[in-house]
Design a protein around this ligand. Sequence first.
Ligand code: FAD
Length: 507
Amino acid sequence: MTDSYDLLIVGGGINGVAIARDAAGRGLRVLLCDKGDLAGATSSASSKLVHGGLRYLEHGDFRLVRESLAEREVLLRLAPYLVRPMSFVLPQGPGSRPGWLVRAGLFLYDRLGGAGSLPGARALDLRQDPLGRPLRAPGAGFVYADCRVDDARLTVVTARDAAARGAVILTRTALVAAQREPDSWRAGLQHEKGERHEVAARVLVNAAGPWVADVLRRAGLPAHRALRLVKGSHIVVPRLYEGEHAYLLQNDDGRIVFVIPFERAFSLIGTTELPFTGDPATAAISEEEIAYLCRAVARWFAKPPGPAEVVWHYAGVRPLYEDRARSASAVTRDYVFDLDTSGAPILSIFGGKLTTHRRLAEHALTRLAPSLPEIGPAWTAGSLLPGGKDLPEGGIAALAEELARDHPALDAPTAERLARSYGSEAREMLRGAQGEDFGHGFCEAELRWLVEKEWAATAEDVLWRRTKLGLVMEQRQVERIGAYLARVRPASLAVAASAPAGQTAYR
Ligand SMILES: Cc1cc2nc3c(=O)[nH]c(=O)nc-3n(C[C@H](O)[C@H](O)[C@H](O)COP(=O)(O)OP(=O)(O)OC[C@H]3O[C@@H](n4cnc5c(N)ncnc54)[C@H](O)[C@@H]3O)c2cc1C
């Protein structure tokens, strides 16, 4: 018998999981599949900011900036351990945008944000202010507030909440083909180990990010809207300065480059923007991009990094809606839906930002409502994500102290990492924790949690997405984690193993 769902969502990036969460919470039967890991593509390759996008004001994207700033407030509330305020220092110098323009942009940014919880922008004299210390020739500048986020963890916890509300989440399971029938879709899914399965769904949601046109082809449909694929790369170097603030550097080509504190000991620098063709899975940073990013920092920093200091890099492909803008920077970051109801409905998502995923999901369900059984009202703006509940009054710092107190074996940096990564769920994760220690404070209890509750299957899932411990682990430690995973997830485990404990993958 073929399993039957209201929604089949293709894509376990931030947009797919957000729609799954929202839909499951409204009582719909939801199946989400991703051909790889959750957040395995664009949703782990971002600049990791929940922001309005100051520079989008230059392109007149006011709607997007207003919506993004409103979402910044919502997400700060829903997952305060993952979405955290950060100051952005914007130095001015030769070749920068005029000071009056930046001042006006920041004024507008603050106004569009409304009476939020973050402080307003202000001017700085970076010659006097300690924030100017890392700069080569500090002068005038500004500081304003936005937020950072762990993009991959945001995706995974959203998927967890979707699953807790009844959505079935299948990782490493591709949509191979979909056939349209008058009232429903019949879809062929294939697990990476080869097992095939057929499901039926009233509505197909194509949240395949840069593969949106590929999924349309698999559904036997043309892509009515054009997509512009733009590659963006980041580099990670040993920390360039003390402090938890970021820098927004104006480059000589008119673009801006961020320098952001990353994990404890590193700085994240990005991004580039280059037209991309080909399979998004093959996107990788080039030596020219590394040199470009180092040069952009060297224009401003007294001690800039060189290409040899790059310890990690990643590249992602933005699936932007083609609005015929001249440059990649000017293409709108707003999302566009293509809803085709000429048979069983299919909703394809073009573009979008990490920041707007929750609103995007709400809009998607509003558009799909006429094609679905009666659905409940919008609910996600008021419902905390896993880990966001029961945080102590002092927030993450207090939680880290509590964890260190209750688990004397934890060192302070690990307690802080766990509090920031799992929020209040760190308590449950560590309950009765015993077993192997893999180094750098990564213990068996955490690894088990990632496998049993977060769909982790490989060392890469664990070390580069759900944690960033890949930055510090030695090869022998990585191999031990790989060996452990092979033990607890033997190769013979079939498709059902890709669902976390307590759920069945194929019903
Ligand atoms: C360099 C860069 C920096 C960015 N920085 C920011 C930022 O700081 N803040 C912000 O708000 N936004 C940022 N963004 C935008 C944001 O990252 C994206 O909008 C968002 O991650 C897109 O998510 P998605 O779910 O649409 O796509 P993806 O995350 O790419 O997910 C699509 C998924 O579909 C799956 N898939 C594809 N085909 C199939 C199939 N046939 N069967 C099953 N699964 C399939 C893929 O495996 C993939 O996991 C940035 C983007 C880039 C590239």
